[in-house]
Design a protein around this ligand. Structure first.
Ligand SMILES: O=C(O)CCC(=O)C(=O)O
Length: 303
């Protein structure tokens, strides 16, 4: 009984913010006076109205951009793990492994170890991204994970995240997808149903769905019946395309057919989210170079 009331309160925007995330909301309101740059403001506006914003590494992360370093770091890991990757690639079409996303290889594994010096961590903790996330949530967010995904080109019926779904870890969930190679129609672009985030104009759409290993999924046909394709944003784009999306709204992606997709990703939620703690912190991690916003985004005091 108590847990179902708690669950209902968490889902409600007011109690989610003012009961479960009160201190972080107040902290953001009182102490976070740093003005946003013009691209940051535009991204926050687009997230609020559409649930998604598309920009580029060049625009959002100029000067301090460790993008090229991220690409080299990724190539190094791909090279080191080449045999393992080839093995896994041969399982990409294994439809009996629903739940394990066998078409998607996570370069850092499913529980990445935090390394503040890595290009991946520096991008995930980049001030511009954190400012956007904090302003979108109107609270100081937590970084849940970062990783690089190689999504293998696969055949067969759409499955798992290739089908429409919503993420359930929180009321707002900000995911970043940064393409490390060009992504066209055949490379499994991330795709979003505009305005289906909390407060969005299409929030009330309720497409039919079916259960796939206990997870609710929606086909294109089912989505089309309630939301026209003109409201779907298919994010094809050049290397360096940077997508920010609230994945508590409907989305899908990774249906690569002709070419593998390589992208960096990270996720921010509210501190009260019950999301699994995916990022692991080594006991002697040196975070002395991090600023206060970066330190707040980590779970260092509770590890
Ligand atoms: O791989 C994609 O483009 C979609 C990813 C996704 O559905 C998710 O991270 O929730």
């Amino acid at each position: 009984m108590y847990s179902s009331v708690r669950k209902a309160l968490r889902k409600h925007e007011f109690s989610w913010r003012y009961i479960f995330n009160l201190s972080t909301t107040v902290r953001h309101r009182v102490f976070d006076s740093e003005a946003l740059t013009e691209p940051e403001s535009r991204i926050v506006r687009s997230l609020k109205s559409d649930g998604i914003a598309v920009t580029s590494a060049e625009e959002l992360l100029p000067n301090q951009d460790p993008f090229e370093e991220l690409v080299s770091e990724t190539q190094r890991v791909l090279h080191e793990k080449a045999d393992e990757i080839e093995d896994l690639r041969s399982q990409a079409n294994d439809e009996s492994s629903i739940g394990s996303k066998s078409f998607n290889y996570e370069l850092l594994g499913s529980e990445p170890v935090f390394d503040p010096k890595s290009a991946m961590a520096r991008i995930a903790l980049n001030s511009a991204l954190l400012r956007v996330a904090d302003h979108y949530f109107r609270m100081c967010v937590k970084l849940r994970y970062y990783n690089v995904w190689e999504t293998f080109a696969s055949t067969g019926a759409s499955r798992e995240s290739q089908l429409w779904h919503v993420d359930r870890e929180d009321n707002r969930i900000l995911k970043v997808f940064l393409y490390l190679d060009d992504v066209d129609e055949g490379t499994g672009p991330f795709t979003y149903a505009i305005g289906t985030q909390m407060g969005g104009r299409n929030r009330s759409v309720r497409p039919d769905s079916f259960l796939e290993s206990g997870v609710s999924r929606t086909t294109d046909e089912q989505m089309k019946a309630v939301l026209p394709e003109s409201e779907w944003l298919k994010c094809t784009g050049k290397r360096g395309t940077l997508i920010l999306a609230d994945t508590a709204g409907y989305h899908k992606g990774g249906e690569a057919r002709t070419k593998d997709r390589l992208m960096f990703t990270c996720m921010y939620t509210s501190p009260a989210s019950e999301s699994k703690r995916l990022l692991k912190y080594p006991s002697a991690v040196d975070v002395s170079d991090l600023g206060p916003r970066q330190a707040r985004a980590l779970h260092l005091s509770q590890r």
